[in-house]
Write a protein that binds this ligand. Structure first.
Ligand code: F6R
Length: 614
């Protein structure tokens, strides 16, 4: 979703901002813009702000800035993902008030922008359809020579969410930033500061960062900055060091980030489990759970809150928690959870699962669960993200930066961490030492088995070529492989734009089977587990309707070949761990299909990486 990068220091801002915008591209956007306080011969004497905006890719903006006088060492820039108002240059940020003296970039939504307009802005010339421009005019209205006071006064009138950065031509050594519900991070460099919606655009310059919290305002100058809390008191905040580096944000020879991330799974899976289990005791020890053994024994219910792909990883966690720990577990799509009346008590353990750690619905659902007295923990990828900081403990999944919009390596690592949690709880009661050891031994073998599947990438590409022109697909799975089917289906639809649906195999005859025909290929996960015979019968039913069948089957299951048009074999493993393998061929199929169809694989249309609005 929208991205922000701002710079204040002694280097030229333009290249830093343009490169920063490129690092933010992964979040999804449809237009971009930049503003720099122009200097003459190194002196900010003209007090003039130059602004350039473009719809489409950052390259379009980069082309437009050529020849413009964007010379200056302070500036702000933005990638916009349209919410209020269509995708037009006028609607792109930065926005100004009536004059060009004040510019603002903003993520979030100003809910009462119509009221504000009516109450304060009669006579103002409003140029765009955005809520952000209203904020620009409001700050302009309250500006009496001190940008910080004007921002404060304007924000006191606002209802909604924001991560914003403002600059004013009359105070050319100052950026003012504020956060409420939409993340902002300050990067602390040598005599320079960065301000951005996440750490990715600043990693090439600094890895020392300060995360702003809700209600905080930062006043950033040339060699100093101050942060104020909701009560306008000056506060000191810790500087955090980020381990991720710039190299992880490069393609490193891969044609797309998605492929790079699919192929990273064997490595990052090791990072997710390393140091988090004890083979001798057959258990996991995730210290982030932050609960005493007595408290863990009291847990009677687990609720897993997440959206999209993360919710499918959560479904794998449900099977694991119920089977290993015997604890009743529900998966709730966060956007629904927050608007019903969930039953939660002090014996409920709630996990929020999120790659970005910023998903607005997941965050709101977790806050609701916390208000109702649950233990609330996070399973998150992005270090220092809001969910990571707002939960009372939890675990980083260590997948590294995930830059393709479609989630892949985060999904498998989320599932692995959930399996470890389920084992940790399971070993407190019903899981034997032998079962625990077997599970861990299998988990340790997964990276090598993943590699065997990845070696089949070219073969899967041939399948993608064969099936790429079909208009509809089914993905079927049973038990712990149902979430795999859901994930395979989501991957295909989001990056190739082909319609697909996922069902539990046993549900087909309750309706969906009516759709089957030779034009409706079916991917079925039919690996050797306790539901193998059941799934096989379902596949027979499909075969009888003459739909083309592609099976994900266990190596050595020669009979699969007779049943299906095509088979992708995966190495055998324990049933609970199967999703960590079975998902990979489906990720590869979606990837190759999208590439063959000429789609923008890493940045599919209409999608954003980090969904920070409701
Ligand atoms: C799909 C995808 C989305 C995200 C969802 C949650 O490939 O990436 O469905 O999984 O938006 O995002 P996070 O995990 O950041 O909370």
């Amino acid at each position: 979703m929208c991205g922000i990068i701002g710079y204040i220091g002694n280097k030229q801002a333009l290249p830093i901002l343009i490169n920063g915008l490129r690092r933010l591209e992964y979040r999804g956007y449809d237009s971009a813009g930049i503003a720099v306080i122009e200097e003459e011969k190194g002196v900010r004497s003209k007090e003039k702000i130059v602004r350039v905006k473009a719809i489409g890719k950052i390259d379009e903006l980069a082309k437009k800035v050529v020849g413009k006088d964007l010379i200056g060492t302070i500036g702000i820039a933005h990638t916009r993902w349209a919410t209020h108002g269509g995708v037009t240059e006028v609607n792109a940020h930065p926005h100004t008030g009536c004059t060009d003296d004040l510019v603002i970039v903003h993520n979030g939504i100003i809910e009462n922008y119509r009221e504000l307009k009516e109450k304060y802005l009669a006579g103002h010339e409003i140029k765009s359809q955005t809520d952000t421009e209203i904020l620009a005019h409001l700050i302009e209205l309250f500006y009496k020579g001190d940008l910080l006071s004007a921002v404060r006064e304007a924000l006191s009138q606002v209802r909604g969410t924001y991560g914003l950065v403002v600059m004013h031509a009359s105070e050319p050594n100052r950026l003012v930033a504020a956060r409420l519900g939409s993340p902002l991070v300050i990067g602390v460099g040598e005599g320079e500061y960065y301000i951005a919606s996440d750490t990715s655009p600043m990693l090439a310059h600094t890895r020392n960062v300060i995360f702003l919290d809700d209600g905080e305002i930062a006043d950033i100058g040339l060699n100093k900055f101050e942060i104020f809390n909701v009560a306008s008191e000056k506060i000191n905040k810790d500087v955090n060091h980020i381990d991720w580096d710039e190299a992880q944000a490069q393609l490193s020879g891969f044609p797309h980030f998605m492929l790079k991330e699919i192929f990273a799974q064997p490595t990052v899976m090791q990072d997710a489990v390393r140091g988090r289990y004890n083979l001798e005791e057959g258990t996991a020890h995730l210290g982030g759970i932050n609960m005493t053994v007595e408290e863990m024994h009291k847990v009677k219910r687990v609720i897993l809150l997440a959206c999209g792909t993360a919710s499918y990883a959560a479904m794998i966690g449900k099977y694991a928690f119920e089977r290993l720990a015997g604890i009743s577990t529900e998966v709730d799509v966060a956007s629904e959870f927050r608007y019903r009346d969930p039953i939660i008590d002090e014996n409920t353990l709630v996990f929020g699962i999120s790659q970005s750690g910023e998903t607005a619905d997941t965050l709101a659902a977790l806050r609701e669960a916390k208000r109702k007295g649950a233990f609330v923990r996070g399973i998150v990828n992005v270090v220092g993200s809001t969910i990571a900081r707002e939960t009372d403990g939890g675990t980083y999944i260590h997948a590294g930066p995930e830059l393709a919009v479609a989630s892949t390596k985060a999904y498998t690592n989320m599932a692995a961490v959930l399996l470890l949690y389920a084992l940790q709880f399971g070993r407190l009661n019903r899981v034997s030492l032998a079962t625990g050891q077997r599970l861990l031994t299998e988990l340790r073998a997964i990276p090598e088995k993943m590699k065997q599947i990845l070696e089949q990438s070219e073969k899967i590409k041939v399948l993608a070529e064969k099936y790429k022109n079909y208009k509809d697909f089914f993905f079927l799975g049973r038990g712990i492989n149902f979430p795999v089917a859901l994930e395979g289906s989501l991957k295909l639809k989001e990056i190739s734009y082909i319609h697909s649906e996922a069902y539990p195999g046993g549900e087909m005859k309750h309706g969906p089977i009516a759709l089957l025909s030779p034009d409706f290929p079916v991917f079925a996960i039919m690996t050797k587990n306790q539901l193998y015979d059941k799934m096989r019968s379902n596949v027979e039913e499909i075969k009888a309707r003459k739909a083309p069948i592609v099976l994900i089957a266990t190596e050595g299951d020669e009979s699969a070949k007779e049943l299906a048009n095509d088979v992708i074999f995966v190495p055998p493993t324990m049933e609970l761990i199967e999703p960590l393998l079975n998902t990979l061929p489906l990720q590869l199929f979606a990837y190759h299909t999208a590439v063959l169809l000429g789609r923008d694989v890493d940045r599919p249309r209409n999608l954003a990486k980090s969904v920070t609005v409701e």
